[in-house]
Design a binder for this molecule. Structure first.
Ligand code: AHR
Length: 530
């Protein structure tokens, strides 16, 4: 009898211990990666950048001129080029933005001292001396090791002007324009591939309606001669945010359905939606409440709904999806940094911006079957930049580090990644109740390497995440890097340039069933299957 009681007690104790153990170690969040389910290959161009003639982006940020005391190669800052190389930008978009539809390329070629002085009507009416033009942009791209992407002027330009620019850039023969290119120092064609035909043509690019723009798109794209070997990658100006009417009416016209009921779409590879995350109600770049922290993150995640809905409309006209979605401008848009020209859009970049970047890139990775191009705005000194400069000095931002950490996703195969997570409840603007997921993820595979990105959005609590790989038995965690700080307002300054930077997490000797992510953190876990 006594023996039986002690047995029952032992069983009870074991059961209690087991349930306590599972209680203690139960992960609130689960990430399940299915190695057999490939979404698509992540186009590296999803990690693209954008540099406009705006504030300190081009002048000061990239171009200091060959006579500057700031170390440069042919007028282009060495420190900036070195820093950009490390994040492997696949493509950089130029010269705008709004600036593009007022830009006339002939102003930016030939000897610098003979170039005209024009007025930058969009960005503070500053004098544009045109010292940074076509040759300087292509030189910059070559130094960085990135592909150039040009936004052509549709609003105030002509099809002839675009045709001439493309001949100047790409023609390999004995024409006057190709000879002029050689005379200006570049005998070989530049071989431009990525071409936006206009920018925000519903607004600063000409205040057009969608069918008017679609007709102009057809006209301008007709004159895009001189393609490079791989062909042009032509991008049409799409909507901002949830302007679904723009998408519908553009495709109605461009498909020919409006005119003759036919459905034939040609000469267009991507359709460019812009989405910025910001509003005064979310505080400033560095000062915000915890609710405002969550509010901004929730706003950036809204991009997934926009992708889905625009994609569904596109499917009505282009069921085979020959046209991909571009997001050629995205990122945070805060109030301008105190003491700066409001029109220069210079802002600080805190750990909250790093989370916006990582959450957005997780969404882009997971939707890489739809997205062919994306460009964060903007590279240097403007909006959600990678780099801030002050005279000869330069610092990198938390967002820069996210791009460096996420670089292994470029060109990898995105794997289906299901996340079960709790929701964080918060009070959003206008006193409404809102939620965001505690954990988001994306995962990709290139040869033997699996890259898993995990974001913990909680401002103050760690997140325990169980990671399961399906159809993959031998994934071994090789490294884990985290971008995390104790303070959700942390940012890099010229006094403290490394306040926010990634660090390596020590790996335990035995395999981990769960990982514990620090609060407000971006994490890259690298597994090997070798
Ligand atoms: O990136 C700043 C501006 O935002 C761009 O010039 C314009 O296209 C958009 O409205």
């Amino acid at each position: 009898m006594a023996h039986q009681t002690s047995n029952r007690l032992t069983v009870l104790c074991v059961m209690l211990t087991m349930s306590l153990t599972s209680l203690c170690f139960a992960a609130a969040n689960t990430v399940t990666v299915n190695a057999d389910k490939k979404i698509a290959t992540i186009n590296p161009n999803i990690y693209g950048h954008f540099a406009e003639h705006l504030g300190g982006c081009i002048y000061e940020g990239i171009w200091v001129g060959p006579d500057s005391d700031i170390p440069n190669v042919r007028g282009i800052r060495k420190d900036v080029v070195q820093a950009l190389k490390k994040i492997k930008p696949p493509v950089i978009r130029w010269p705008g933005g709004c600036f593009a539809d007022s830009y006339h390329w002939r102003d930016g070629i030939g000897p610098c001292d003979q170039r005209p002085k024009t007025v930058n009507v969009h960005w503070g009416r500053v004098i544009e001396n045109n010292h940074f033009g076509t040759h300087e942009f292509f030189d910059f791209c070559e130094q960085v090791g990135t592909a150039p992407m040009i936004a052509a002027n549709v609003g105030s330009g002509t099809p002839q002007e675009l045709k001439d620019w493309l001949e100047y850039l790409n023609f390999n023969g004995d024409s006057t324009l190709a000879n002029l290119r050689a005379q200006n120092g570049h005998p070989e064609p530049f071989n431009l591939r990525y071409l936006c035909i206009g920018n925000e043509n519903w607004g600063c690019g000409g205040s057009m309606d969608p069918s008017q723009y679609a007709r102009l798109y057809r006209l301008f794209s007709e004159y895009c001669h001189f393609p490079p070997k791989e062909g042009f990658y032509r991008i049409a100006s799409g909507p901002s945010d949830d302007n679904y009417t723009w998408t519908k009416d553009f495709f109605e016209e461009i498909s020919g359905r409006r005119a003759n009921g036919r459905n034939r779409i040609g000469r267009i590879e991507a359709f460019d939606m812009h989405y910025y995350t910001g509003a005064k109600s979310y505080g400033t770049a560095t000062e915000y409440t915890t609710d405002q922290f969550y509010g901004l993150l929730a706003k950036c995640m809204h991009v997934e709904e926009l992708i889905d809905k625009h994609w569904q409309i596109m499917a009505e006209y282009d069921p085979g999806h020959s046209v991909k979605l571009g997001v050629c401008e995205w990122g945070t848009w805060h109030q301008a940094m105190p003491g700066t020209n409001r029109k220069f859009l210079r802002q600080q970049n805190a750990v909250r911006d790093a989370l916006v970047a990582a959450l957005t890139l997780n969404i882009f990775n997971q939707n890489c079957d739809k997205i062919g191009m994306a460009n964060i705005a903007q590279t240097i000194n403007v909006l959600q930049c990678m780099i801030l400069t002050k005279g000869p000095r330069m610092i990198t931002t938390p967002t820069y580090h996210v791009f460096e950490m996420y670089a292994p996703h470029q060109g990898a195969d995105a794997l289906q990644c299901d996340v079960t997570t709790s929701q964080i409840h918060f009070t959003d603007r206008n006193n409404t109740q809102n939620t965001i997921p505690n954990v988001t993820a994306s995962c990709s595979r290139k040869a033997d390497t699996i890259t898993l990105s995990l974001v913990n959005t909680h401002a103050s609590k760690e997140a325990v995440v169980a990671i399961n790989f399906q159809n993959l038995e031998n994934a071994r965690l090789k490294s884990w890097r985290t971008l995390a700080t104790a303070d959700i307002h942390a940012h890099n300054t010229f006094q403290n340039p490394n306040a926010v930077k990634p660090t390596a997490v020590a790996l335990p000797a035995s395999p981990m069933p769960t990982v514990t992510l620090p609060p407000a953190s971006v994490n890259i876990l690298t597994y090997t299957t070798k």
